[in-house]
Design a protein around this ligand. Structure first.
Ligand code: ADP
Ligand code: ZN
Ligand code: ZN
Length: 743
C-alpha cells in the first residue's frame, strides 16, 4: 500500500525528562494543529500515560518505529490560549519538563485520565402533582421538604443547611412522583448579596484605583495594616469585575481559606463562590476547575494550586497575604503561585492586586521602584484600634514553663476582664529537647543530622514520645539515659504542649485550647475549636497557625514568647519571616470594639530587629533590611537558583554537584566575556545546612547573578547537561529557581 506522508504528534508526558515524545495519532485520525492542547492516552514502556499534545510535525524517515497513541480523552483541547501559553512559560522559567508543568496544572482526576466532570449543581423542585398534594400531606419530613420547595427550586447545598435528613425525604417524594431532581448550571445559583460597611476614604481610594486599572494588566500592591479592611477592598474590586461580566480569581494562603472567609465572600457577592483547596476531594477540585474552564464559575477562591485555574473570561486576580510562604511549592516542580499569577495577569491583560500588612521585600521593592502601583491603608477600619506593644525584658527573671510572672499577670487581668488571650509560641510539642541531667546526653534523630540543635528530637505527649520534626521519625521516650543509665532525663525548653499544661493548671475555670499542627490535622478541626471557645473568656495556645485565618473578635491580649532563637538565624530570609510573623500575630489583637494589647517577652529587648519593628513598624524594618540585602547581594538585588541533590550515600550528591559546577564553568568559559558574558556566581557545592534528613545525605550548589537574564541563559545550557551526567543517575536532584529557603 502506498504510504501517505504521516504527521506525528509531539506529546508532553508527566515524566522527569526535558523533552516531548513523538507518537502516531490514534488509528483512523489525521493529526493537525487543532489537536494542540488535547489530552490523549499513550503507551510508555510497559505503562499507559496521559499526555498533552504540544505540537505536530511531518514524520521523519525514521518515524517507522513510532508507537501509536491509544486514543483521545475528549474532542476539544483542554489547554488553549492563555493558560497553555503561561504554563509553557512556567516550564521555561523553572526549567522543568513541560509535561510535568501541564500535569500539575490539571486537577488529579484529569491527570489520571478521568473525563472532564459535569459541573451542574443538582436541585429539587415540586412536580405539579406535588404542588397540589402538599395541602393534604401528613406532617413529617417529606411535608417539611415539600413546603421548602413550594414555588421555588432549591439546590442541594442549600437543602443541606435547611433540613436535616432531606435526602431521604426527597427520595420518598420522588418515588411518589411529587418532587424531581433537576440539573442547574452553577452560575444560576445566586444568593442575594448583602451590603457591607461603607468604605472609609483610604479604602474608597484603593477601590477607585483598582477600578481605574480594569482595562489592562496593572500590578497593584494593597499595603494595609492588619485589620485595615483589605478584604473589603477585594470584595468591591470583585463585585466590580463581576459587573463587567468577568471572572475573578482569589488566592489565599493555605491557612487563610476558612469557612468564615468563604461565608463572607458568598454573602456579599451574590454569586456562587467556588472554593479550591487541598482539603477537598479530588472530584470536587476537578469540578471547580471544569466550572472555571467552562466559564460557569465566576469567583474562584483557592490556595496555591488554584493559580492554574482556567480563566476564559478573566477580569481580576487577587493574591491575599502575598508574602505568605505557602505560595511557594517546595517539592517536585517548584513554582511560586504569586509570581506565576503575575505572569498570568499580564498575559490575560487584567489587573492583579497583591494584598498584605507585611509585603514581601521583593514586592515592596517593586512597589517602591514604581513597577507596581502602591496603595496604602494606614489605619484600621471600623472600630478596631492597633494594639500597643509592650516588651518584657526577662533577663534574670524566674520563668514558669517559659512564662514570666509579669506575662502571667497580664493574662490574669485579660481573663478577669472577660477577654480572650492568645499565647504564641512557634514550637509545637512538649519540649524541643530531651536531655540527661547527669551526663549531658540528648535525644537526636538517627535519620537526620545537622550542625545545629535542629537535629534534636522533640518531646511529645507530655514526655512519653519523641518525634523528629524534620522527617517525622517517632519513638517512645527512653525511661533511663541510654548513655549513663541515669534517671535524670529532663525535657528542655518549652513547646505548645507544655504551655497548654501550665495554663490548664493555672486557669482551671477557663477553656485553654491548643492550636498547632498536632491538634488540628483536619481542616475543620480548627473551626470546631474556635466554635468551642465561642465568646467565652479563655486562652488559645498555638503556633503560627494562629497568625492568620480565623478572625477572633474577642481577642484582647496577644503574648509572644520564645522568639529569641529566630533573632539569630543564619538564613538571609529569617529576619523578614520573623518580622512578618510578629506583625501578623500582634495584629490579631483588638480587631473589634475591645481594645487589644500585645506583650512580647524576650532576653534581647534591644535587638535591632525588635527595636526597629516596635518603634518604626514594618516599613522601617523593611528599609533597613532592603539596605542590608543590597549590600550583601541578596534578593531582590540578585537572582538565585539552587541545585539540590540527595542520596542514601554520602558521596554521590557532592560528586553530582561538582560535575554540575564543572559543566557550568566550562559553559561560562565558552560563552566568553562579552557584555552578556559570564556573570553567574557559583557557590559550592556544599553539604546542606541539614546535611542528612530522613536518612538522605543532602548537598547544594547555589547560583546567583545580579540580573535574571544571564542566570537563565546559564540554566538553559546547564539543565540538559545535568540530565545527561552519569553522576545524575546516583542521586535525586532538583532545581529551585528563586528559592525561598537556602536549606
Ligand atoms: P483585613 O483584610 O485588612 O485584615 P478586613 O477587611 O477583614 O481587614 O476588615 C477588618 C474588620 O473591619 C472586619 O471586621 C470588617 O468587617 C471591618 N471593616 C472593614 N472595612 C470597614 C469599614 N469601612 N467600616 C467599618 N468596618 C469595616
Ligand atoms: Zn546520661
Ligand atoms: Zn529526623
Amino acid at each position: 500500500m502506498p504510504s501517505q506522508p504521516q504527521t506525528v504528534l509531539q506529546v508532553a508526558l508527566p515524566v522527569p525528562l526535558p523533552r516531548l515524545f513523538d507518537y502516531l495519532p490514534p488509528a483512523g485520525h489525521q493529526a493537525s494543529e487543532q489537536d494542540v492542547g488535547r489530552r490523549l492516552r499513550v503507551p510508555f514502556g510497559q505503562r499507559e500515560l496521559v499526555g498533552i499534545v504540544e505540537g505536530c510535525a511531518p514524520a521523519q524517515v525514521e518515524a517507522t518505529g513510532l508507537r501509536e497513541a491509544l486514543g483521545w480523552l475528549e474532542p476539544e483541547p483542554l489547554f488553549h490560549g492563555e493558560l497553555h501559553a503561561s504554563a509553557r512559560w512556567l516550564a521555561r522559567y523553572t526549567h522543568a519538563p513541560v509535561g510535568e508543568v501541564l500535569a500539575t496544572a490539571l486537577p488529579a482526576t484529569l491527570r489520571r485520565g478521568e473525563p472532564l466532570p459535569d459541573t451542574h449543581e443538582w436541585a429539587w423542585q415540586l412536580t405539579e402533582a406535588g404542588a397540589s398534594a402538599l395541602a393534604g400531606m401528613r406532617q413529617g419530613r417529606p411535608r417539611r421538604l415539600a413546603e421548602l420547595l413550594q414555588g421555588t427550586v432549591r439546590d442541594e447545598t442549600a437543602l443541606d443547611t435547611l433540613l436535616d435528613g432531606w435526602r431521604a425525604a426527597a427520595r420518598s417524594l420522588a418515588e411518589r412522583g411529587l418532587a424531581e431532581r433537576i440539573a442547574l448550571p452553577a452560575s444560576q445559583l445566586a444568593p442575594d448579596p448583602q451590603p457591607g460597611p461603607t468604605p472609609n476614604p483610604e479604602q474608597a481610594e484603593a477601590i477607585e484605583t483598582i477600578h481605574a486599572s480594569a482595562a489592562g494588566f496593572v500590578p497593584l500592591l494593597l499595603d494595609g495594616v492588619t485589620g485595615s479592611g483589605k478584604t473589603e477592598v477585594y470584595l468591591h474590586a470583585i463585585a466590580d469585575c463581576l459587573a463587567r461580566g468577568r471572572q475573578a480569581l482569589v488566592l489565599v494562603p493555605e491557612i487563610g481559606l476558612t469557612p468564615q472567609l468563604l461565608g463572607r465572600f458568598r454573602a456579599r457577592l451574590g454569586v456562587p463562590v467556588h472554593a479550591s483547596h487541598s482539603g477537598l476531594a479530588d472530584s470536587e477540585r476537578a469540578r471547580v476547575w471544569a466550572a472555571a474552564w467552562r466559564g460557569e464559575a465566576r469567583v474562584i477562591v483557592g490556595t496555591r494550586s488554584a493559580v492554574f485555574t482556567p480563566l476564559p473570561e478573566a477580569g481580576l486576580i487577587v493574591i491575599d497575604e502575598e508574602h505568605d510562604g505557602s505560595y511557594k511549592q517546595q517539592d517536585g516542580f517548584r513554582y511560586h503561585a504569586r509570581d506565576f499569577a503575575l505572569v498570568r495577569a499580564k498575559a490575560l491583560g487584567v489587573p492583579i492586586v497583591l494584598g498584605s500588612a507585611t509585603p514581601s521585600l521583593e514586592t515592596l521593592h517593586n512597589a517602591r521602584s514604581g513597577r507596581y502601583v502602591h496603595m496604602r491603608l494606614r489605619q484600621r477600619a471600623g472600630s478596631g484600634r492597633p494594639p500597643p506593644v509592650r516588651v518584657l525584658d526577662i533577663r534574670k527573671r524566674p520563668l514558669e514553663a517559659g512564662l514570666s510572672a509579669e506575662l502571667l499577670a497580664s493574662v490574669d487581668r485579660a481573663l478577669a476582664a472577660g477577654g480572650q488571650v492568645l499565647v504564641f509560641r512557634n514550637r509545637r510539642g512538649y519540649a524541643p529537647v530531651l536531655m540527661c541531667h547527669d551526663c549531658g546526653w540528648s535525644a537526636a534523630c538517627p535519620r537526620c543530622s545537622s550542625p545545629e540543635q535542629s537535629r534534636a528530637m522533640t518531646v511529645h505527649a507530655h514526655g512519653r514520645r519523641l518525634q523528629c520534626h524534620h522527617c517525622g521519625h517517632r519513638r517512645p521516650a527512653p525511661l533511663a539515659c541510654p548513655d549513663c543509665g541515669g534517671l535524670g532525663l529532663q525535657p528542655q525548653g518549652i513547646g505548645t504542649e507544655r504551655l497548654e499544661e501550665l495554663l490548664l493548671a493555672r486557669y482551671p475555670d477557663h477553656p485553654v485550647l491548643r492550636i498547632d499542627r498536632g491538634s488540628t490535622r483536619r481542616r475543620d478541626a480548627l473551626e470546631k475549636l474556635f466554635a468551642e471557645l465561642g465568646e467565652r473568656a479563655g486562652v488559645l495556645v498555638g503556633t503560627q497557625m494562629l497568625a492568620k485565618g480565623h478572625d477572633l473578635a474577642g481577642l484582647t491580649l496577644v503574648t509572644v514568647v520564645g522568639i529569641d532563637e529566630g533573632l539569630f538565624s543564619a538564613d538571609f530570609r529569617a529576619s523578614e519571616k520573623l518580622a512578618q510573623l510578629l506583625i501578623q500575630v500582634a495584629g490579631r489583637a483588638g480587631r473589634a470594639e475591645r481594645a487589644g494589647e500585645v506583650v512580647l517577652q524576650t532576653h534581647h529587648p534591644d535587638h535591632p530587629l525588635l527595636e526597629t519593628l516596635i518603634h518604626g513598624g514594618y516599613h522601617a524594618f523593611a528599609d533597613t533590611e532592603l539596605a542590608q540585602r543590597e549590600a550583601a547581594g541578596f534578593p531582590p538585588f540578585a537572582h538565585l537558583a539552587m541545585l539540590r541533590a540527595e542520596s542514601r550515600h554520602a558521596e554521590p550528591p557532592m560528586a553530582f554537584l561538582h560535575a554540575a559546577r564543572r559543566a557550568l564553568a566550562a559553559w561560562q568559559d565558552q560563552a566568553g566575556a562579552g557584555p552578556a558574558g559570564p556573570t553567574v556566581e557559583i557557590n559550592g557545592p556544599m553539604p546542606a545546612p541539614m546535611a542528612r534528613r530522613a536518612g538522605q545525605y543532602r548537598a547544594q550548589l547555589l547560583l546567583s547573578a545580579p540580573q535574571r537574564a544571564p542566570l537563565h541563559a546559564a540554566l538553559r545550557a546547564l539543565v540538559p547537561e545535568l540530565h545527561a551526567l552519569p553522576e545524575a543517575r546516583k542521586v535525586r536532584w532538583s532545581l529551585d529557581v528563586d528559592p525561598i529557603d537556602l536549606y
